[in-house]
Design a binder for this molecule. Structure first.
Ligand code: KMH
Ligand code: ZN
Length: 282
């Protein structure tokens, strides 16, 4: 049943966009929770979370991260995935500490990549340490893959350190970042062909790549990640209204593809996340 459905992940905030430039960006805890609720109602099953401080700047403050996880668990059924990518300026140590907030899932990027004018740093020893921590702390990693070399690095990681917590490999192909692989059907299919056997995957096209990547992913049996972390224009010259608008469109496309959105509970089964909800048990 799960194979016939689409996992929609919403990435509502990211670390790159300023609230002053995009007022619809959710940056406070209240904004994040109400966004998450609206996106769940529209068909999202997982939320990929970056948080901001009182000045709306990206932060990895552990108290805020813990409060955020608790508030999202209280206000939604969504699988809560914390970003360990943070912003390109975050130290590796703080990115490792994200797991102490005990999310259901966390992102884990499989290599260093140019990121516009910046560098998104993910050296091999950092990947190994982060992955080992996910296994020890029973957090399901989602492998973020920005280029083909990172798919090879994912395979190397699994060969060296074995299966992730829960036993299932889930990836997100992030396409169209300046410095990473382009947001094209050809690049997407080349990456998918290199994934480990049995892995599930979603795809994310940044900016103008959003629709080509989403349509290709659905046609190829993949899942979708959408949201204002990656997409700020709904159409050429038309700013996104809010995250729910992007999830609604993804849900419509998934329905047209014959693979409607899966529920958060189905996503929990697909990913094998540990149930950390109050009174919950895996
Ligand atoms: N903000 C980017 C530098 C992730 O969340 O793990 C990294 C990123 C990936 O967004
Ligand atoms: Zn992110």
């Amino acid at each position: 049943m799960v194979g016939e459905q689409t996992l929609i992940t919403v990435a509502p905030t990211g670390a790159e966009t300023a609230k002053v430039d995009v007022p619809a960006l959710p940056v406070t805890l209240d904004e994040l929770v109400s966004t998450a609720r609206a996106c769940e109602a529209a068909g999202a099953a997982m939320v990929h979370v970056h948080i901001r401080d009182e000045r709306a700047a990206p932060t990895l403050d552990l108290v805020r991260l813990k409060d955020t996880v608790a508030a999202l668990r209280e206000g939604t059924q969504l699988v809560v995935q914390l970003s360990t990518g943070g912003s390109v300026h975050d130290p590796l140590e703080s990115r490792l500490a994200v797991l102490d907030a005990e999310p259901d899932s966390c992102s884990l990027t499989c290599g260093t990549v140019n990121f516009g004018d910046e560098v998104f740093l993910n050296p091999w020893p950092f990947m190994v340490e982060l992955y080992t921590r996910t296994q020890a702390l029973e957090v399901v990693p989602e492998f973020e893959l920005f280029d083909l070399g990172q798919v090879a690095a994912l395979n190397r990681l699994l060969d060296h350190l074995g299966a992730p917590f829960g036993g299932h490999v889930h990836c997100d192909l992030v396409m169209g970042v300046p410095g990473g692989m382009p947001a094209t059907p050809d690049a997407l299919m080349a990456a998918v062909r290199m994934l480990p056997d049995g892995a599930s995957w979603s795809a994310t096209g940044v900016g103008r790549g959003t629709l080509p990547v989403a349509l290709t992913a659905l046609a190829a049996g993949g899942h979708l990640r959408v949201g204002m972390e990656d997409t700020l224009n709904f159409a050429k010259g038309v700013p996104v209204r809010d995250n729910a608008q992007l999830v609604e469109r993804a849900a419509t496309l998934a329905g047209l593809a014959g693979r409607p959105p899966m529920t958060p509970d189905d996503a929990r089964s697909l990913l094998n996340v540990k149930d950390r909800r109050r009174g919950g048990e895996r």
